[in-house]
Design a protein around this ligand. Structure first.
Ligand code: IDP
Ligand code: MG
Length: 142
């Protein structure tokens, strides 16, 4: 199917704690994205570091690892037309002060770090991030 993509999304520890899992999933489903894999997990600091290895030189990397390992997260694979871009649009900008009104981060994020949700930033990133959590056999197209 041309244009059909998969992307990795995460409801981060602050999103789980705030009780917005349902709201996040509803926004994705209403946009026509299919949830084709889902699992709750609590990462170790080193597993969180492996996921965010692209940011290993950033000053916030240490804090980011601790934050992502601080509680359970809901890891998702979303599938649909332009799933990568679509998911990023629904999420809003990294910094909630810059996030467009009506986006997840504008509505729920408290800071540039504790911003509720993750979404792959490109198909190439998705190709690394999806198998970080899910073997192909656990991603269910329907
Ligand atoms: P993204 O999640 O919008 O793709 P990235 O730049 O890839 O944003 O950063 C990954 C995550 O690292 C962010 O979602 C946020 O949790 C955290 N982060 C990004 N920039 C900062 C910062 O300047 N200070 C603290 N944490 C940050
Ligand atoms: Mg990113």
């Amino acid at each position: 199917m041309p244009g059909i993509e998969r992307t990795l999304s995460i409801v981060k520890p602050d999103g789980v704690e705030k009780g917005v899992i349902g709201d996040v999933l509803t926004r994705f489903e209403r946009a026509g994205l299919k949830i084709v894999a889902a699992r709750m997990v609590q990462l170790s600091v080193s597993e969180a570091g492996g996921f965010y290895t692209v940011h290993r030189e950033r000053p916030f990397y240490g804090e980011l690892k601790e934050y992502m390992a601080s509680g359970p997260i809901l890891v998702l694979v979303l599938e649909g037309e332009n799933a990568v871009t679509m998911t990023r649009e629904i999420m809003g900008a990294t910094d909630p002060r810059e996030a467009a009104p009506g986006t997840i981060r504008a509505d729920h994020a408290e800071s540039i770090e504790r911003n509720v949700v993750h979404g792959s930033d490109s198909p190439e990133s998705a190709a690394f991030e999806i198998p970080y959590f899910f073997p192909e056999i656990e991603v269910y197209s329907y």
